[in-house]
Design a protein around this ligand. Structure first.
Ligand code: GRG
Length: 298
């Protein structure tokens, strides 16, 4: 393991503790149904790498902002991510029974509860942002707009729609990237941007460089995800290995071959790191997370 990967693991673990405490607090708030609350807690607090919230906190640090200011946005990102996983696992979508090393939400509870928990996690994300005490009104509105755009039909949900429409169809590299930029990349880009916007004095130049970093990282994340589906171990990745092939999903290794996919991954990592050239030591966690994303084993 390189020093940078070790730094990332350490940094993400520190983030996890702060994020999970805040998520626990936010789900604990007044709720109309105890069962719904329990389903939400199961969906969001039972594991997961916390890459998106860690990226948000690391981006805030990179632009000289106290990470605390980005804590609520970081939680909002994880809530959206958790909702997307719960809905993605449903029988009407990917129909998966294993996630984060345990039963998916609709298996542990039931389908209706999983749908409701996903809905409630999504609205909780926007509700948290709307009342984040550390942020100005302008920051809140900017973040809500960005997160809505990244997670809705012009972002993640749009990407999921393309994915569902693409089963059994041969996509070329451009079409595959178009799908992943929406399905996975948009939320990763939003994670970095919400962190940057947490700093009141962030410049357009900084946001643009961070956006270049996040765009490359979003695709790198997906390439590594595709590689893990082939080379990973179900017990470690926490979901069924080989499920992309079983579902005839278009993937990078299917298009480029294993070696080609690995080369593509290295190019994307280089692009992500280069985008941070003008940042100093405060961007070290972002650099480390990029290394972690392309070497992770789950
Ligand atoms: C159903 C609205 C809706 C959207 C679904 C993101 C997504 C769109 C589906 C997730 C399915 C999937 C396996 C996508 C591939 C990449 C991805 C998002 C993997 C899961 O993210 P990790 O590895 O998960 O960060 P953890 O569990 O670590 O948080």
């Amino acid at each position: 393991m390189t020093d940078r990967t070790a730094l990332a693991i350490d940094y993400i673990e520190q983030c996890r503790q702060r994020i999970d405490a805040e998520l626990e607090r936010s789900i604990h708030q007044d709720s109309a149904s105890e069962r719904l609350q329990e389903t939400m807690r199961y969906s969001v607090l039972g594991g997961g790498k916390r890459i998106r919230p860690a990226l948000c906190l690391a981006a805030a640090r990179a632009v000289g902002c106290a990470e605390n200011a980005a804590l609520i946005p970081a939680c909002a990102l994880e809530l959206i991510h958790a909702y997307s996983l719960v809905h993605d696992d449903l029988p009407a979508m990917d129909d998966d029974d294993l996630r984060r090393g345990r039963a998916t939400t609709h298996i542990a509870f039931d389908e209706a509860s999983a749908i409701l928990a996903g809905d409630a996690l999504q609205t909780l994300a926007f509700s948290l942002l709307a009342s984040a005490p550390e942020l100005s009104d302008t920051q809140r509105v900017t973040m809500i707009a960005k997160l809505a755009q990244a997670s809705g039909h012009s972002g993640m949900v749009g990407g999921q729609a393309i994915d569902l429409e693409s089963v059994g169809i041969e996509l070329d590299l451009e079409q595959l990237e178009h799908m992943h930029r929406h399905k996975t990349g948009a939320l990763i880009e939003a994670s970095v941007d919400l962190g940057a916007v947490s700093a009141p004095g962030v410049t357009q130049q900084q946001r643009s460089a961070l956006s270049d970093y996040a765009r490359a990282l979003g695709l790198a994340f997906q390439v590594q995800d595709d590689l893990l589906d082939i080379e990973g171990d179900t017990a470690i990745i926490g979901k069924r290995q080989g499920s992309d092939a079983a579902k005839a999903k278009p993937t990078y290794p299917a298009l480029l071959g294993l070696e080609g996919a690995r080369e593509h991954l290295a190019t994307l990592l280089e692009q992500a790191q280069r985008a941070l050239d003008d940042f100093g030591v405060e961007a070290e966690p972002l650099r480390a997370i990029a290394n972690y994303v392309v070497t992770r084993n789950h």
